[in-house]
Design a protein around this ligand. Structure first.
Ligand code: IMP
Length: 202
């Protein structure tokens, strides 16, 4: 593996994500910097897959900062809606929509749909590029299968969690303790795969 860089840009301005990623990468010989520290604005997410969008964000941050970059992208796919909202999960009910409005729209779209036809999954992709033109990015992917109930239950989590029940469970993710979610989720799975590859040096 090439010598570890001393600094890597996280292509997100979310303080929570920076803290989470910083903890995970602790002791690996480099520090993580937020893209806003370099004055980098998030680029338009014009990709049609989570991987494309994560790469758009990572390459943009690497190009402007001149440093390696890490980015993630995630969302939910609903079978009865042909995979929507997918990459549009954060803005399903419109640009800047709240989690509540997005979930309202999803539940309305599924009104009257048979419980057996409400399959869905959360997906997450995490990528690392050594430079903007890196042709072999390091990728970690996670997928959490489940279904969408009619209505909401629970107060934990965020986004679509009050209506998403993981396969093999009866609780919504909003009823699952955060520690348990963090072991099982699409994000946990993507990070696990990513860190294993990162440690191996690709
Ligand atoms: P982003 O990856 O931060 O852009 O998140 C995309 C969107 O997907 C979020 O705004 C949520 O609507 C949805 N999402 C991603 N992960 C989760 C999750 O763990 N629970 C609920 N919603 C999620």
């Amino acid at each position: 593996m090439a010598a570890a860089p001393s600094s890597v840009v996280l292509a997100s301005s979310n303080a929570g994500k920076l803290r989470e990623f910083s903890e995970l990468f602790a002791g690996r010989g480099f520090t993580l910097a937020r893209q806003s520290d370099f004055g980098i604005e998030p680029p338009p997410e014009t990709g049609s897959t989570f991987l494309e969008n994560a790469l758009i964000k990572a390459r943009n941050a690497a190009r402007i900062s001149g440093l390696p970059a890490i980015a993630d992208d995630s969302g939910i796919e609903v079978d009865a809606l042909g995979g929507a909202p997918g990459v549009h999960s954060a803005r399903f009910a419109g640009e800047g929509a709240s989690d509540e409005a997005n979930l309202d729209k999803l539940l309305s779209a599924l009104e009257g749909v048979d419980p057996l036809r409400r399959g869905a999954r959360y997906r997450c992709v995490i990528v690392y590029v050594a430079s903007a033109g890196d042709e072999s990015p390091l990728i970690g992917e996670g997928c959490w299968e489940g279904s969408i109930i009619a209505g909401r239950r629970g107060t934990g989590g965020f986004g679509y969690d009050p209506s998403f029940v993981p396969a093999g469970d009866t609780r919504t993710v909003a009823e699952i303790p955060a520690q348990e979610k963090n072991l099982k989720s699409h994000r946990a799975q993507a990070l696990g795969e990513f860190l294993a590859r990162f440690s191996r040096g690709r």
